[in-house]
Ligand binder design. Structure first.
Ligand SMILES: [Zn+2]
Ligand SMILES: [Zn+2]
Length: 983
């Protein structure tokens, strides 16, 4: 089957999108979530079950403890308390564990064993999922139901000291707080002194219900010198003293109030033998959890081997202890020893509440919940519970009541354990199988793209896709059988839930067919290359293809960028990489121009072989070069043979100055928006402009920018579009004035601020109008085959429609980004790309690099928090999902999208043949899929990295979005390519 290289590349990217989607689905497993998010407050607690006589206990039971203190020691490993270190350095805690009124457990944390997800797990009882990353787009605050929010709603007064992550998660929940940053890992005394210094004062006061302390010092010591450092011992005894202080203070307070308090000592995660954490080794996962309260009975004898429980069990226990509803997404089960001392009726009531909550969660997340053993056990227990209540209300003999009570309790505890287990299985691990299948798809596509470079970039821009070749059919069927067998084995033996196994057989089979077919294609491409490689080596007449400096810069830059993705700091500051690459590109261009000007056109022979080589010259071109050189470079052949000499005097000077102008533009743009992490807080022009004192300056800048945009865009539009463009840009200014961002000259103050709905919709109409005119022109050029100019105009109109939409969505201080983008495109077109006659591949890469740089120039970063959500509301009255997502995505990726559509417009206006567009499409697909594939592998290998959730996962989401947009761009390219070949 013969395919154009553009079509081929578009198909490849579409398959790649499927692979990336599957990978993402496996990487971010679907969370176990309750669907009744908002109505939860209104929902009454489940009443006590009863048969016959009805119970009147429908309200939530009252709190068990009047005050709760949570002392969280970061990276507290279980053996630091229960092991020999604990005996040595934490005598008071050891005493409480062995002889005091306490219950101790080893709480298992789920990976990633990193602070923030662990705090969430402790307070929500749930495990993080993909939706949470997206849902928390603009606010790091925890929106999910949790103990802290419930306590606040119930009017509890809470105080917090310690790691500021808590303050970010619960911004408005604490009546008093002092957050310390964990940024300076080398400091392990001051972080803790900052917490302890408040302690005396707070413990004396009685005006709070919940006190949370998060000590970071131990974790920092772990990072500096590991778990066997002598510093650990010091820190542990310091913590022991603090625990003693809190405990004695709570005891003396109890003597006055006569109601019990609860002190919780826990860790968020442990530390490995090297002192770090994030992965799933025993040392990182196991943390101590000790509940201390005078409500508990003192137990004689020592407990050296505390029971293993889940970290998520704490949320349900705390909720019951504080008399609050259990967080609805909690997968944990109540720690039974903490209610053991209560009357049997209360015990059963608590267990019932927990079981109802878990079974509800199960019903909403597992379609076949009725077959789950936990659910059956729960129903059984509920029935028995009803019987027990009837006996209780009838005041039966105490022995019968006691025996039945014990039986119900055992039944409930079994049900809770089974329910909790099957719920945690849903989200516990990375879904490695789905990730693997996705990765294989992506890698096969990338290999195929790389192998087909020589063919795809040849003059014909066509390649043979050997999908139907009968020679490989045996391999194909074998492959398919092996994969299906593997699929069955993996899916029947898998313990945790797997998305790919959950797909229907038809879908899974389709993916298997795709993978086998791709593999066959790769093998046949390899075989073909091997064969022709032999052929080539016999042909000494092959012209040596020298690389230009520009190609070397492009190749090294691409490689360097991909390599840099392995380091978290390089991802956080990726904008620096792109700024560097773009500047280097400018210097390389500068070099080329100057050589061309002063040394004349000495590189003409080199140029001739250029079109065939493509941008990554991994293999020499295979075509026989004797056939038609002018066919190879159609757009070159149509021009005069010399390059810069064709320019008139002043134009030559302009060409020589242009790289410097572009460099200056980039420097100016750089100071507009500080981005990244390290220097994001530095003052920048954007902040200066958006401050309320500088509204006049912002207005002038916005007006000037809009005029500039019009001047740069209008020259190639038809008259109708020109008028529409002018009115649209005027509408943009009116919109910004209406929502109070900018002022009109006659306005002193913007008092009446509206949502600007009319103005924004006015602009939307013009955007659609311009896009429509462009499409109409394109279609017309199809019908009237000879008319080439109409097509150029149509493409440019589509491009200018997108520019207008970007102008509407960008915040006013970002309008200069758009102006400079247009300016650089104009300069490059006029003085660099046209006279120097770069080939399609080089021009494509340059467009891609500038597109990436502009992504960061507009203030984006690899952190999800920089996504400008407000763009999704422009012209919309309320939140409507589809347009809001589209507008936000467009505003975020405006840089890459605008540069890509400029590329289409440029190439089809400069060349009369279709091969340039095909080449460009192929190169674009390749250069986008290369980093994505590399990043997927990197992320898989780094999945237990400390920064996986804070740095690598957001970047992964950006990459996923990027490949989706690339697919759209490639499909657009191919569509344009088709019209080209037809016309
Ligand atoms: Zn931590
Ligand atoms: Zn740490």
């Amino acid at each position: 089957m013969r395919l154009g290289s553009g079509t081929f590349a578009a198909c490849c990217v579409v398959i790649e999108v499927l692979g990336v989607a599957l990978f993402l689905r496996g990487f971010f497993p679907a969370p176990v979530r309750s669907s009744s998010r908002t109505e939860h407050q209104a929902e009454p607690p489940a009443p006590e079950p009863s048969t016959g006589a009805s119970s009147n206990w429908t309200k939530l039971p009252p709190p068990l403890f009047s005050k709760v203190v949570i002392m969280l020691i970061d990276a507290l490993r279980d053996d630091f308390v229960f092991g020999s270190k604990g005996v040595k350095f934490m005598p008071y805690t050891t005493y409480l564990v062995e002889k005091g009124a306490s219950h101790s457990f080893v709480a298992e944390a789920k990976p990633p064993t990193v602070t923030m997800p662990r705090i969430k797990a402790l307070m929500t009882g749930s495990l993080p999922g993909f939706i949470d990353v997206v849902r928390n787009l603009n606010s790091p605050a925890l929106l999910e139901d949790n103990v802290i929010t419930q306590a606040k709603a119930a009017g509890k007064r809470m105080i917090f000291y310690g790691d500021e992550t808590w303050v970010k998660l619960f911004p408005q929940h604490f009546v008093e707080y002092d957050g310390t940053t964990s940024f300076f890992v080398s400091d392990y005394t001051e972080v803790d002194d900052n917490v302890t210094r408040h302690l005396d004062k707070v413990l004396k006061r009685g005006d709070w219900d919940v006190l949370i302390l998060h000590y970071l010092g131990l974790d920092h010591i772990g990072h500096i010198s590991g778990p066997s450092s002598p510093l650990i011992g010091h820190k542990l005894s310091e913590m022991d003293n603090i625990l003693m202080k809190i405990h004695t203070s709570l005891l003396s307070e109890e003597r006055e109030n006569l109601s019990p308090n609860l002190l919780v000592l826990c860790g968020d995660h442990g530390m490995s033998e090297t002192g770090s954490h994030g992965a799933s080794s025993m040392e990182e996962v196991n943390t101590p959890l000790i509940l201390i309260s005078s409500a508990f009975e003192r137990k004689p004898g020592d407990i050296r081997h505390p029971k293993h429980v889940q970290q998520t069990d704490l949320a349900a226990t705390l909720a019951i202890g504080l008399g609050l509803p259990i967080p609805e997404n909690s997968v944990g089960s109540l720690l039974f020893p903490s209610i053991e001392g209560r009357p049997v009726r209360e015990q059963l009531r608590f267990l019932h509440l927990n079981a109802v909550q878990l079974s509800k969660l199960l019903q909403e997340n597992v379609p076949s919940y009725k077959k789950e053993p936990g659910f059956e056990q729960f129903k059984m227990a509920e029935r028995l519970h009803g019987n027990w209540i009837r006996l209780y209300l009838e005041e039966s003999t105490s022995e019968v009541l006691f025996n039945l009570g014990t039986k119900v309790r055992r039944q409930y505890l079994d049900a809770l354990r089974t329910l909790s287990l099957s719920l945690s299985r849903q989200v516990a691990q990375y879904d490695i199988y789905s990730m693997l299948v996705g990765t294989v798809m992506v890698l096969e596509v990338l290999t195929l793209l790389l192998l087909s470079i020589p063919q795809a970039l040849s003059s014909k821009a066509e390649l043979e896709v050997p999908l139907w070749s009968p020679v490989f059919s045996l391999l194909f069927y074998l492959m398919f059988l092996v994969l299906s067998a593997l699929h069955v084995i993996v899916c029947t033996s898998a313990e945790s839930s797997c998305y790919f196994c959950g797909l229907s057989w038809l879908m899974a089979g389709g993916v298997m067919v795709l993978i086998s077919a791709l593999l066959c294609a790769v093998v046949s491409a390899l075989a073909k290359m091997f064969a022709s490689g032999k052929l080539l080596s016999k042909n000494p007449a092959h012209p040596n293809s020298r690389w230009s400096e520009l190609d070397v810069v492009i190749l090294l830059g691409t490689m360097g960028h991909v390599l840099s993705l392995g380091a978290s700091s390089f991802i956080e500051e990726e904008h620096q990489t792109w700024y560097f690459l773009v500047n280097t590109l400018c210097l390389a261009l500068c070099h080329e121009i100057y050589r061309n000007c002063f040394l004349g056109d000495d590189c003409e022979p080199r140029r001739c072989s250029h079109g065939e080589r493509g941008f990554v010259n991994t293999a020499p071109a295979l075509q026989d070069r004797s056939i038609g050189h002018d066919e190879l470079e159609p757009h070159r052949a149509s021009k005069s043979p010399t390059s810069l000499n064709t320019l008139r005097g002043w134009e030559k000077w302009m060409a020589m100055a242009s790289p410097w102008v572009i460099l200056t533009c980039c420097r100016l743009l750089r100071s507009l928006n500080q981005t990244g992490v390290q220097w994001a807080h530095r003052p920048d022009l954007g902040h200066w402009l958006t401050s309320s004192d500088h509204k006049a300056e912002l207005s002038v800048l916005a007006a000037l920018s809009l005029i500039m945009i019009f001047a740069l865009v209008q020259r190639r539009c038809s008259l109708t579009s020109k008028v529409a463009m002018a009115l649209g840009l005027l509408g943009v200014y009116c919109y910004r004035a209406a929502i109070g961002n900018v002022l009109f000259p006659w306005q002193r103050d913007s008092k009446d601020i509206s949502k600007g709905l009319i103005e924004a919709r006015f602009v939307h109409v013009f955007v659609l109008g311009i896009l429509f005119t462009g499409t109409k022109d394109l279609l017309k050029s199809q019908v009237i085959a000879a008319d080439f100019t109409i097509k150029t105009v149509g493409l440019w109109e589509i491009y200018s429609g997108l520019v207008l939409l970007a102008a509407l969505l960008f915040r006013p201080h970002n309008l200069p980004v758009l102006v400079f983008s247009l300016l650089i495109q104009t300069i490059m077109t006029k003085f660099i790309w046209k006279p120097l006659r770069h080939d399609a591949a080089e021009i494509t890469v340059m467009h891609y690099w500038f597109g990436q740089a502009f992504f960061y120039f507009q203030g984006n970063s690899n952190n999800i928090a920089t996504v400008d959500i407000s763009a999704g509301f422009v012209g919309l009255d309320t939140y409507v999902e589809v347009p809001a997502v589209f507008l936000t995505a467009f505003a975020t990726f405006a840089g890459p999208v605008l540069w890509a559509s400029h590329l289409v417009s440029f190439l089809s206006s400069e060349t009369s043949s279709g091969s340039a567009l095909s080449h460009a499409c192929f190169c674009y697909a390749l250069i986008c899929s290369f980093p994505v594939s590399a990043y997927i592998i990197l992320v898989t290998s780094l999945r237990y990295h400390l920064f996986i959730w804070s740095v690598f996962s957001p970047k992964l989401l950006y990459e996923g979005m990027h490949i989706l947009i690339t697919a759209a761009i490639c499909v657009f390219f191919t569509a344009m390519d088709q019209t080209n070949t037809k016309s």
